[in-house]
Design a protein around this ligand. Structure first.
Ligand SMILES: Cc1cc2nc3c(=O)[nH]c(=O)nc-3n(C[C@H](O)[C@H](O)[C@H](O)COP(=O)(O)O)c2cc1C
Length: 334
């Protein structure tokens, strides 16, 4: 049977199974088959955080300091390098204790000089460094990692649900304000999967920080994850609080409204992350925000980075080509 014969036979055999209800259509877009082509040699290059990225994708902060972390991080850094993506490290807390896991985090040699690459630390650890007068220790680690700056993660709900979680003695706002007095490098502030409401966003956008990463609700939920870890049910009584938070789309709305209505905005770059499933979500969210932005993913990258590099590479290539096809054939509905 020739290829054409085979195809024609497949078409007849599979027609019954290929029925698709119109109610399943993705109503975010107009599909314009007349307007695009399959060319993928178009550029998605953009300037972000003072550097040039080839594609508007960010590898959100994940891991370091455990068995598989080195393999995962090296795969992620290779993907960032090959596809021109930005990358945030997972919490660098282990490096404040010792250099045992330094190589898990030492990814600049793989990423190269030209892409944005940020370290990461939780708000409670930042406060501890401030209280103990040890910020210089962190600055030393950042220098040795040759990062562009630091991502501070806000995770009050995660800490609350974590069986061995840390106590947050004062509002994160005060901690960041104090830290900004000492640290003059670039700072990104993010949540870890529950997002942020308009008041927190407004206050952050008026601070001299470089970007905000959403870490929105809708994907990996660390309240839920910590509850799954809590075998003794020490913290599960907080259960209802795991449902609070804001989706990435809702946060885009908050940001646009703040940009429109507020003066004295200092932070105008955003990483839209948290529950961004694929390039089509990313394409849609980027089209909605009235600011310079990229979209970030954690879980989706992790699925492939945990395996071998070829699988991660294939995933990245498809996502980027998908983004280009979305640009070619879709128009976002107003
Ligand atoms: C395994 C794993 C580890 C994570 N560790 C960190 C971390 O150390 N620091 C941080 O800021 N966020 C961390 N996150 C949160 C992610 O950066 C991201 O905000 C969150 O997973 C939501 O994105 P997603 O829905 O694409 O997974 C982690 C996420 C995962 C899946």
């Amino acid at each position: 049977m020739t290829t054409i014969d085979k195809r024609k036979t497949d078409h007849i055999l599979l027609t019954e199974k290929a029925q698709f209800g119109a109610s399943l259509a993705d109503s975010r877009f107009y599909y314009e088959p007349l307007l695009g082509s399959h060319q993928t040699n178009t550029s998605l290059e953009l300037n972000f955080l003072g550097k040039k990225m080839q594609n508007p994708l960010w590898i959100s902060s994940m891991t370091g300091g455990t068995g598989q972390a080195r393999h995962i991080n090296r795969n992620l850094a290779n993907a960032a390098n090959e596809f021109g993506l930005g990358m945030g490290l997972g919490s660098c807390r282990p490096l404040l204790e010792s250099d045992e896991y330094f190589n898990d985090f030492n990814l600049r040699p793989i990423l190269g000089k030209d892409l944005p690459f940020f370290a990461n630390l939780g708000i409670v650890q930042i406060d501890e460094l401030l209280i103990n007068g040890m910020v210089s220790k962190l600055i030393d680690v950042l220098g040795r990692l040759d990062v562009d700056g630091l991502i501070i993660h806000l995770n009050p709900m995660q800490e609350l649900f974590q069986p061995e979680g840390d106590f947050l003695p004062r509002p994160s706002l005060e901690v960041i304000q104090d830290f900004l007095e000492i640290y003059k490098g670039k700072i990104i502030v993010k949540e870890v999967g529950q997002g942020m409401g308009p008041e927190s966003l407004k206050l952050l956008m008026k601070m001299p920080i470089s970007a905000i990463e959403f870490g929105a609700l809708g994907g990996t939920n660390f309240s839920k994850l910590e509850m799954l870890r809590d075998k003794e049910n020490v913290k599960t009584g907080f259960g209802p609080l795991s449902f609070v938070g804001h989706s990435a789309l809702e946060m885009v709305g908050f940001v646009n409204s703040i940009l429109e209505n507020e003066k004295d905005i200092l932070c105008r770059e955003f990483i839209i992350s948290g529950g961004v499933k694929d390039f089509l979500d990313g394409h849609f969210l980027l089209s909605q925000i009235n600011a310079n932005a990229v979209y970030g993913q954690a879980r989706s990258f992790l699925t492939y980075a945990n395996e071998d590099y070829e699988k991660l590479k294939y995933y990245c290539k498809q996502q980027i080509d998908g983004l280009k096809m979305a640009n070619q054939f879709l128009r976002v509905r107003s």
